[in-house]
Design a protein around this ligand. Structure first.
Ligand code: SAH
Ligand code: F3S
Length: 479
């Protein structure tokens, strides 16, 4: 789920704040790590806790309740969170003994009672499908007992909860459309921590998007671990679709239809989506993107490896050639589409030849952005059980450096293609480097910076002529 240019780990972990409901006296300090869906889940949790008398705060020492929404995707992510938990515990001991500490999200799901038994660093453990149980769990905690709910659900989509937008620029917001993942890539912990795949009622998706538009938002990102796999047939697990009635099957709404519905219902709202698994991305999605000006011309299409042999070991369900065919289709149907990737280096048995295949695939696609990682073995996955993690760390890191360097060259190449052109930019903030400049993104998700002229404001769509490009930013002037 892309949000920045060429990076290895996304910058994370800051207190999420905004709501200030009158009469709410308890203080919630909440931080979110990992993917965009975790961020959106934290907004759902804040909405649930708003009804329990909590407002958010960014002052750790004054919090009644500290929640950290966690990520298990790589070992490093878990280590970061353990350090945060130690910090919370120090503040609790030194400054605020009444403070309660809870873990949410993927680590809660993966480690379950271990947090309560072995580590004794938390009072509350809540998995990604159990947030509606928070009011009950908090009662337990307030009465001095530890509380845990890590039950994964077949139905929960939180479709009926209106998230409290946290750390929001008031312009862009996330809307979750599917939860869980059925793909079972052998390296990935997500199917274990987020459960089986289920889709959210399209009506509640459109209602939420309309509500955001009415509140002044100008861009939404439809989120799913595997957004293209969206399938609504009246509720229930994706893998039980074949058991549904004939009518339910015939009237089902897939991702292409959902995109069309959202784009038509909100013709001025910019629409993005993430993430696409190549196996689940079909041609009608590409036509939907091409046919609607308000659907951004940008696809995040993780490939993980350019070697068919490794893709097979990863259980990715497609070959290098099929991926290239999909890229060619995208280029034909949406000629100005930006494409980004996720790549893992040093997966089990990866040879120099496999690595060269990844590099040559990158040369073929010339991705606009990329997210690159060294393989990190995750307990419980098929790879951890059956495939030795046999590529030495130095080799993983060297290969990672090579793909990062290549991606930097490709990102530069792609950005330079915009020089001299005029692009449409949604203003989403003030440039960090210069208060006299706006920043925003074009349809292809490239960051654009330009001087303020005084006649535009946050949330406006403006035309900017691009004059030059730095490593990760386009610089231009409003016309
Ligand atoms: N469908 C998800 C992808 C899951 S995680 C999404 O919407 O983003 C994001 C990326 O993390 C994956 O595409 C993969 O490149 C990387 N990743 C997942 N498991 C990993 C592991 N065990 N080691 C290293 N990187 C991993
Ligand atoms: Fe993970 Fe593969 Fe699903 S990377 S989130 S199991 S598509």
């Amino acid at each position: 789920m892309a949000s920045e240019h060429v990076i290895e780990e996304k910058k994370q972990g800051q207190a999420l704040v905004t709501n200030n409901i009158k009469g709410n006296t308890k203080k919630l300090f909440i931080e979110s790590y990992g993917c965009q869906m975790n961020m959106n889940d934290s907004e759902i949790v804040a909405a649930i806790l708003e009804t329990q008398g909590y407002n958010t705060t960014n002052k750790l020492e004054e919090a009644d309740l500290v929640l950290v929404n966690t990520c298990s995707i790589r070992e490093k992510a878990e280590q970061t969170i353990r350090k945060r938990l130690q910090k919370y515990n120090r503040v609790k001991i030194d400054e605020n003994p009444k403070m309660k500490i809870g873990v949410l999200g993927c680590m809660a799901e993966r480690l379950k009672t271990k947090f309560l038994d072995e580590e004794k660093m938390v009072d509350l453990v809540v998995g990604p499908d159990a947030y509606k149980d928070l009011p009950n769990l908090l009662k337990e905690v307030e009465e001095g007992r530890d509380a845990i709910n890590v039950i994964l659900s077949k139905e929960e989509t939180y479709g009926d909860i209106s998230p409290v937008r946290l750390n929001s620029n008031g312009v862009s917001a996330f809307v979750t459309i599917t939860r869980g993942c059925d793909n079972m890539c052998t390296f990935c912990v997500v199917p274990f921590t987020r459960g089986r795949e289920r889709s959210r009622d399209p009506k509640s998706i459109i209602d939420e998007a309309k509500d955001l538009w009415n509140k002044g938002f100008k861009e939404i990102t439809l989120l799913g671990q595997n957004a293209d796999s969206y399938l609504w047939y009246g509720g229930g697990l994706k893998k039980e679709f074949k058991k549904a009635s004939e009518i339910a099957q015939q009237t089902a709404i897939d991702f292409a239809k959902l995109l069309e519905m959202v784009a038509t219902a909100l013709p001025k709202m910019r629409i993005r989506f993430a993430t696409s698994n190549p196996y689940d991305m079909h041609e009608d999605v590409l036509h939907a993107i091409a046919n609607h000006d308000n659907i951004c011309k940008y696809i995040h299409l993780p490939v993980q490896s350019g070697s068919t042999r490794i893709l097979k070991k990863m259980n990715r369900q497609h070959t290098r050639e099929e991926y290239i065919e999909l890229i060619d289709k995208i280029r034909t149907i949406i000629p100005d589409c930006a494409i980004s990737h996720d790549i893992i280096t040093g997966f089990c048995t990866e040879t120099e030849e496999d690595h060269q295949q990844t590099l040559s695939l990158m040369d073929y696609v010339k991705y606009d952005f990329g997210f690159m990682f060294a393989y990190s073995e995750r307990p419980g996955t098929l790879a951890a059980k059956k495939m030795p993690d046999d590529v030495p760390l130095e080799v993983k890191k060297r290969r990672l450096t090579e793909i990062i360097n290549k991606q930097m060259a490709h990102s530069k190449f792609r950005l330079e293609q915009f020089i001299g052109k005029t692009v449409e930019v949604l203003i989403d903030g003030v440039s960090k480097k210069n208060k006299e400049e706006w920043k925003g993104r074009n349809s292809q998700n490239a960051v654009v910076v330009f001087p303020k002229t005084g006649s535009e404001k946050l949330g406006d769509l403006v035309h900017v002529k691009i004059n030059r490009a730095t490593a990760a930013t386009l610089i231009g002037e409003k016309i």
